[in-house]
Design a protein around this ligand. Structure first.
Ligand code: TRP
Ligand code: SF4
Length: 343
């Protein structure tokens, strides 16, 4: 992790997540757990990208607001602390509607058509008409989300890396066209690649909401145990007396992420010698998951609904103030309306 350049002003970090509904362990290990660590080293802005949900779910928006609230709760449960970071909702910060228009003016179509996820998602989500201006412009929205906070770092997984690269190109183009008193208004942010362990779902494929194979951050202990019981194992281990290999088993992968070295050693020995059965092995994995999930669920429950709402309002207010500063510089650089005309 890069060291802050000047300890008195920690570098800024921004990241966001779509409101997909209750989050799962993959979201936790692949993003949130890392964000929680960043809070102490950086000035952090974390937001729920509800406007991004519109790029694919514009025809039915009923899920977006409730999902936003669930994601906010999961943020808090994971340990994002509103005293140490700013948590906000994208749609409550009008600058997220404002900057995309301006950046859209300078973004060549070819750059957008070339983004790998563009064609991919159009091909995969065949039940939705994604031949819209908004869907093509998604990376401009994301670039705006980032650049509004003038952050040095954007912690994302590999799947989002291309979008941050494009953000850098758009910023570079903006800065070339519109220097402000010889200064760059939109510094190019760097990717802070989130280390994300391989986390299999119950069917052995990557844990993902779209596969329906997730363990939710809110799953109570009996549900976790039940899901583990039906989880797929090393296919070579058909009978109890057949030896297996934890490296070929999704349950083994869970152990590698969540279990203590002692338990992991017992899993390797017991599995390879057929000394333990899968039922026992799975119950150990469930133990480890429950230990991770318990404090998260307790923390989540400790925030009453009214408090969650307060946190989002206060965070969005802070975000508006910060994004407003950037917009003032952007307007000045582009020689749009003078400051004071718009606050
Ligand atoms: N596109 C991201 C995703 O699908 C979410 C996102 C939107 C984001 N705006 C962002 C992430 C800005 C980092 C920075 O997961
Ligand atoms: Fe997988 Fe554990 Fe069964 Fe081995 S003993 S196959 S690691 S569940």
């Amino acid at each position: 992790m890069p060291e802050p350049e000047n300890p008195s002003t920690p570098p800024r970090v921004l990241s966001g997540m779509r409101p997909t509904g209750k989050l799962h362990l993959g979201n936790y290990m692949g993003a949130l757990a890392n964000w929680v660590k960043l809070q102490d080293q950086y000035e952090c802005y974390f937001f729920i990208a509800d406007l991004h949900a519109l790029t694919t779910d514009y025809a039915d928006t009923t899920g977006i607001a409730p999902n936003t609230l669930e994601v906010a709760r999961d943020f808090l449960g994971a340990g994002l602390d509103p005293q140490r970071c700013t948590i906000f909702v994208q749609s409550r910060v009008p600058q997220h509607y404002e900057l995309p228009l301006l950046l859209g003016m300078i973004t060549p179509l070819g750059w957008l058509e070339r983004v790998p996820s563009y064609k991919e998602m159009q091909e995969n989500l065949t039940n939705k008409d994604l031949t819209t201006y908004g869907f093509l412009g998604y990376p401009v929205l994301m670039a705006s989300d980032i650049l509004l906070y003038q952050p040095q770092f954007v912690p994302v997984g590999q799947d989002q890396q291309a979008h941050v690269e494009l953000t850098r190109e758009i910023a570079r183009r903006f800065n070339q066209f519109y220097p402000l008193r010889g200064r760059e208004v939109l510094p190019e942010p760097k990717v802070l690649l989130t280390p994300s362990p391989k986390l299999p779902g119950t069917d052995g494929r990557k844990m993902s909401k779209s596969y329906g194979n997730t363990i939710q951050m809110t799953d109570p202990e009996p549900v976790v145990r039940q899901k583990l019981k039906t989880m797929v194992t090393d296919p070579a281990r058909i009978r109890r007396k057949d030896p297996g290999d934890p490296d070929k088993c999704p349950v083994g992968d869970l152990h590698k992420v969540f279990s203590t070295p002692e338990t992991l050693a017992k899993v390797y020995d017991g599995c390879r010698s057929a000394g333990i059965g899968c039922i026992e092995c799975k119950s150990w994995a469930a133990d480890a998951l429950v230990q991770v999930l318990n404090p998260i669920q307790e923390r989540r429950a400790s925030y009453p609904e009214t408090r969650v709402e307060e946190i989002l309002e206060e965070g969005s207010r802070r975000a508006r103030a910060r994004a407003g500063q950037t917009m003032a510089e952007v307007r000045a650089a582009m020689q749009l309306s003078a400051d004071g005309v718009r606050g």
